[in-house]
Ligand binder design. Structure first.
Ligand code: ZN
Ligand code: ZN
Length: 360
């Protein structure tokens, strides 16, 4: 059973819609403002802090060395071909000579023969050529080793130059992040303060749906436009702020609950007719229908399935926890009714609820 007027229900729903529409428009407007004000900040890059002059010098040297190493590689391949060909020449000549000397020694043996000497000299010449070709390769390989080492040194230098940029870059980035955050905070903090003020002072106002949309907007601004831009410092700040916020929420929840319990306790001390005047008509009708005492907020009857009105036992007219009168009898026809009903549902006579203090 609900005592709320039908239009009020739809009004409440429509006002939520209005709140959300206004909030989303405010959010979009806020986003535009945030993108126009340079709050995003052009974050610095590490490249900006590299000593480009030194880096370029090293890069040029590296390029030159790499080119020379490639040339060396080609030279080495050529030299290897030449060596192979020289080796082949020498081996052929030697084989020829050995055959020749075998066939020759079968007929006559004269080691000092000028023809033999000439042939041996030719072979030695070829051997010399082979050796020369080998030396070229050795020299090329030597150069290659030296150049490779130099290249490694240069690459290490390049790494160092880049590493030197890290510290100043991080410093500049931290400063940038802080600046961006400060700007965003300057824009968001007033919204949050206004929202806090609205929550504290304007809860009951009939313009609450409008204020509510502003509060939604400021919460969105806080979580989307501010929190992601919190400087991290390795997570310290984020966790710190998170803990502080959680503690704040806990503090207000505990304070609110304590105040509520205190209010209830002082309320329970008051005379019944005073209590009745403090309780809102719509709330009271709804609560009693739901099996909840409107005075002490405790359940007085057995729990009912959702959507069905509570049907307390016929004799239960008072709250078992606080003695509050829940059901009363019509002064005219004696029908048992919700004690907040303004008229008897059976005979239509106005209920005399003020008389309840006498019965309570
Ligand atoms: Zn009660
Ligand atoms: Zn009646």
């Amino acid at each position: 059973m609900k005592a709320i007027r039908r239009p009020m229900f739809w009004y409440g729903l429509a006002m939520w819609l209005v709140s959300i529409v206004i909030a989303s428009l405010l959010i979009q407007l806020g986003g535009l403002i945030m993108s126009d004000v340079p709050t995003a900040g052009k974050l610095v890059t590490q490249e900006e802090f590299v000593d480009t002059e030194r880096l370029n010098a090293v890069e040029t040297e590296i390029d030159a060395l790499e080119a020379s190493l490639r040339a060396n590689q080609n030279d080495l391949e050529d030299a290897r071909f030449r060596l192979d060909s020289r080796t082949l020449d020498y081996q052929n000549q030697r084989a020829n000579f050995e055959n020749w000397i075998k066939t020759r020694s079968a007929t006559r043996s004269d080691a000092q023969n000028p023809e033999v000497i000439e042939r041996v000299q030719a072979i030695e010449l070829l051997k010399l050529e082979e050796r020369k070709a080998q030396r070229v390769i050795e020299e090329l390989q030597q150069t290659r080793t030296e150049q490779t080492r130099a290249l490694q040194d240069l690459r290490a230098q390049r790494q160092d130059i880049r590493a030197d940029a890290i510290a100043p870059y991080e410093q500049a980035r931290n400063l940038e992040v802080l600046k961006v955050f400060a700007l965003r905070l300057a824009l968001t903090l007033p919204l949050l303060l206004i929202s806090a003020w609205l929550i504290l002072k304007k809860r009951g106002s009939s313009y609450w749906p409008v204020y509510r949309s502003f509060i939604i907007f400021s919460l969105f601004a806080f979580f989307v436009e501010l929190v992601p831009y919190l400087p991290s410092y390795g997570g310290y700040v984020r966790y710190g702020v998170g803990i502080a916020l959680a503690l704040l929420v806990a503090h207000f929840a505990i304070k609110g609950m304590t105040r509520y319990l205190q209010n209830k306790k002082t309320e329970e001390q008051r005379p019944e007719n005073e209590k009745r005047q403090l309780i809102e008509y719509e709330t009271a009708v709804k609560k009693i229908s739901g099996g909840i005492c409107p005075s002490c907020d405790r359940q007085f009857g057995p729990k009912q399935p959702r959507g069905r009105d509570s049907q307390p036992e016929a004799h239960q007219d008072y709250c078992v926890h606080c003695g509050f009168c829940l059901f009363s009898r019509c002064s005219s026809c004696g029908t048992r009714e919700n004690s907040f009903y303004k008229y008897c549902g059976a005979c239509g006579v106005p209920s005399d609820n003020d008389a309840l203090q006498a019965t309570a």
